[in-house]
Design a protein around this ligand. Structure first.
Ligand code: ZN
Length: 367
């Protein structure tokens, strides 16, 4: 078992952020969608497992203390007495009878990219996953059809070998896994040809996924039992989907609200009008009141994103930018002059510097 820190290429005192960054970088490189090779797939699994452990503070602490349970950590504290511990408590699982070939399959992580428009109401995807599935020839038994595992002659089916050993404390019985059957207690004499006795084969599988409304980048959806099939007919692991929401060229998002900017002609801003906006979920009528100002925000209730938790939808927020005409005909220029002379305009007024209208709009959206 490789060291989780080495697998991720980080130091033992790496911060959670460094661990996350290392994982993201490796996952991008090794993800089965990008890198379909068997070796990459194996490394991807290792990297994902290492990240699962090290990203969880509790698991990381346990791992740092000595990892996979057992006496690894304590053994260090007791110097050379580790083997005596083993003598007392039995080596690993040997005293608990033969171990099972059946194991739970690995979890898998797949990245799913969706558009902002798909997030409003949720969407459906059929996702292709490179995974392990139960072997159809042996149905997970690992044996050629018509055959079955035979009891190991060497350990008599117990999976372990008992020996009497002389120690500091007198004669004690020690047990270790049987080398012939590797602790399974049985031997597969005629392994299934299709899966080479693994009980599962690699395959590309299509997983139908309902992406719920309201998900955002970074959300992980767990699909229990949709991960890899385990060895020897073991249960499936889980499939995790990490969502990425693509940026949209017009609309952006703040929580469950959708944001956009509407450019309004100066004359419309002065006189007021009604206009139609092409929102992500269809057209929206917006009333522009006479005297509309740049930086004003028009709120269209319940036209944002459907809430992931709870019910209802966020709002659509439309920031107004009044556009000053730049190319005027002589006649238009004349009309503006007439307008200007008809009433005395107030002098330009000084106020705090603002980083452009967009920054101002954003501040007001988020403030
Ligand atoms: Zn098979």
């Amino acid at each position: 078992m490789a060291d989780h820190y080495e697998v991720l290429g980080v130091s033992r005192d790496a911060t959670p952020d460094e661990i996350k960054k290392a994982y993201r970088r490796l996952a991008r490189e090794l993800h089965p969608d990008v890198n379909p090779g068997a070796e990459a797939s194996e490394r991807f699994k290792q990297v994902t497992h290492a990240y699962d452990v090290l990203s969880d503070p509790k698991q990381r602490e346990q791992y740092d203390l000595g990892g996979q349970g057992g006496f690894g950590g304590a053994g260090q504290g007791f110097g050379g007495f580790g083997d005596i511990f083993e003598t007392f408590f039995g080596a690993g699982q040997a005293s608990r009878g033969p171990r099972s070939r059946r194991e739970r399959g690995q979890d898998a992580l797949i990245r799913v990219e969706v558009g902002l428009d798909e997030v409003i109401f949720g969407t459906h995807r059929d996702i292709e996953v490179d995974t392990a599935v139960v072997c159809e020839t042996c149905h997970g038994s690992c044996c050629q059809p018509g055959t079955s595992p035979v009891t190991c002659d060497i350990c008599g089916g117990t999976g372990s070998i008992q020996r009497s050993v002389r120690s500091l404390l007198g004669n004690v019985m020690t047990s270790s896994p049987c080398g012939t059957c590797r602790g399974y207690g049985t031997i597969i004499a005629t392994p299934c040809v299709t899966c080479q006795g693994q009980g599962r084969v690699r395959a590309r599988r299509t997983v139908p996924v309902d992406v719920p409304a309201g998900v955002d980048t970074g959300v992980r959806l767990q699909m229990p039992g949709s991960g890899e099939a385990g060895p020897a007919g073991g249960p499936n692991g889980d499939l995790y989907l990490e969502i990425k929401v693509r940026n949209h060229e017009v609309f952006s998002r703040n929580g469950d609200d959708l944001l956009c900017t509407l450019e309004v002609a100066m004359t419309d801003a002065i006189l007021g009008t009604t206009t139609s906006i092409r929102a992500l979920d269809g057209d929206v009528e917006v009333e522009l009141k006479p005297g509309l100002q740049s930086g004003e925000i028009l709120t269209v209730k319940d036209r944002g994103v459907t809430r992931l938790r709870g019910s209802g939808r966020g709002d659509l927020k439309v920031g107004v930018q009044v556009v000053t005409p730049t190319k005027l005909s002589a006649k238009e220029r004349d009309l503006i002059h007439q307008f200007a002379s008809s009433k005395k305009a107030p002098a330009p007024e000084l106020s705090h510097f603002q980083q452009g209208l967009f920054a101002r709009l954003r501040d007001r959206f988020l403030g």
